[in-house]
Ligand binder design. Structure first.
Ligand code: ZN
Ligand code: ZN
Ligand code: ZN
Length: 462
């Protein structure tokens, strides 16, 4: 059952007003068409047919309710739009799966035989934080057991924690002592992570060349490194990477690599490259800080290695799921923030301190621009990105928003007119985001809830 929500009288009025309008059915059709998106984009525009004899107006939003066409927001973040993030994860899965298993989206079946590894590259430690541990038997274990002679840190805080933290414990990811925690290094890591990743791919090529007994140049002539990666925030608010990394032939036709390396060799090379790659960056106090990945680089060969239990389907599903999470989960929202607006947000002390550190770093030349990325905790990279030949384009999914909306709008109209034969010229203009009234939002979201219930009931019956 949908819970009954008590609505304020003005909202009820808005609902009644909407529902009694003669164009209500068409309005509701639009809501359904954009998948009950929580905050659809409103477009105004027209479509013109171009034929041999001239131009003719085929569609105009002037005839639509409120003179707008609503299009999915397409946001990948579950916290922003559950409906669109679900769709985004689906698109992402298609793309990842194409590159892992082939046989679709222009990627041949034979890609399955290429060495392929699912890798997770983490950040190093910046100070002790509360964690949910499991022991060797897989049972929940204490956070940080005390040593034989427990000592306090120089700020008088315990250096141990005997709690067994549940999955939703707000202390998880928070430092045991915020004053011991190295916030500047943490902020610098998030900011420079994209460059550290780039260095890693260069190092990986070098390591692979050496393992194949080739010079770097010969290696490039025989093998191409293809990958797709997704950034995810760990609980301690530091970014880490999940990636599918594959070896291909040198051409652009997804041919096999011409080197004797299998998925296990690739996994070994990834761990080696991740452990040696370094990036020295300037800190405001004039010192250099050496950035590196954490000790734990997880690598799992897919199809081929002796431990290759991970199927392309599952690997693709993991990464697609990570792609819908973001810094939103820390309560920062998806817009730029300032130091002044920070106290208004419901964020932890740890995140507050990290944002403040980002702000301070942003004052210095080497961190120019960092203040624009406070809502991302200093991470400015793309959440999902790939090398050129991993599979078909990710661009459409990852946020060429304008093009995405134009395409969605054009597609909607084509369905509406039931006509895809004529060359059309369309013109669209952005008018706003979200439903026009709180009443409209309530109507759309309750319809979304009913749809979910129906789907669940169908699933339960099956
Ligand atoms: Zn949406
Ligand atoms: Zn703890
Ligand atoms: Zn301390």
């Amino acid at each position: 059952m949908t819970p009954l929500i008590e609505l304020a009288p003005p909202v009820v009025e808005e609902i009644v007003h909407r529902a009694s309008r003669p164009d209500f059915d068409r309005w509701f059709e639009q809501v359904q068409h954009c998948g009950h998106c929580s905050r659809p984009v409103r477009l105004r525009g027209r479509v013109v047919h171009q034929s041999a004899t001239g131009r003719e107006l085929a569609y105009s939003t002037d005839d639509e309710p409120d003179r707008v066409l609503m299009i999915r927001c397409g946001n990948r973040r579950a916290a922003v739009c559950p409906s669109c993030s679900w769709e985004y994860a689906g698109d992402m899965w298609q793309l990842l799966y194409a590159g892992a298993a082939g046989g679709r989206k222009g990627v041949p079946d034979s890609i399955r035989a290429h060495p392929l590894v699912f890798a997770t590259l983490t950040a190093p430690g910046f100070g002790a934080v509360h964690t949910a541990r499991t022991d060797r038997q897989g049972k929940h274990a204490r956070c940080r057991p005390a040593r034989a002679k427990p000592t306090l840190c120089r700020h008088g805080q315990p250096t141990w924690c005997t709690a067994i933290h549940g999955e939703d414990d707000p202390r998880l990811g928070q430092p045991l002592c915020p004053d011991c925690y190295d916030y500047p290094a943490h902020a610098a890591f998030n900011w420079h992570a994209p460059e550290l990743w780039r260095r890693f791919t260069i190092t990986l090529r070098r390591v692979l060349a050496r393992r194949a007994g080739l010079t770097a140049k010969d290696f490039t002539g025989r093998c191409r490194l293809s990958f797709v990666k997704v950034a995810e925030f760990q609980r301690r608010a530091v970014v880490h990477f999940h990636a599918l990394i594959r070896l291909d032939g040198p051409g652009t036709d997804f041919g096999p690599p011409q080197v004797h390396l299998d998925a296990t060799d690739l996994a070994d090379a990834i761990r080696e490259a991740a452990s040696v790659v370094r990036l020295t960056v300037d800190m405001p106090d004039g010192t250099g800080l050496e950035l590196r990945f954490g000790e734990q680089t997880d690598t799992q060969p897919i199809n081929g290695g002796p431990t290759g239990e991970l199927t392309p389907e599952r690997a693709a599903a993991y990464i697609a799921k990570y792609a819908t999470k973001s810094a939103d989960d820390f309560g920062l929202g998806d817009r730029r923030i300032t130091l002044e607006s920070l106290p208004l947000l419901d964020v932890s002390d740890h995140v507050t301190r990290l944002v403040q550190t980002c702000w301070q770093l942003g004052e210095h030349d080497t961190y120019n621009g960092l203040r624009r990325w406070l809502h991302m905790l200093g991470f400015r990279g793309h959440f999902a990105s790939k090398s050129r030949r991993y599979s078909t384009t990710l661009g459409a999914i990852r946020g060429e928003r304008r093009a995405y909306r134009q395409r969605q709008a054009a597609e909607h109209v084509r369905e509406l007119l039931d006509d895809d034969t004529t060359l059309v010229v369309s013109h669209w203009e952005f008018t706003g985001v979200g439903y026009l009234t709180t009443g409209d939002t309530a109507l759309a979201l309750s319809a979304a809830a009913r749809t979910r219930e129906r789907r669940q009931a169908a699933r339960d019956a099956a």
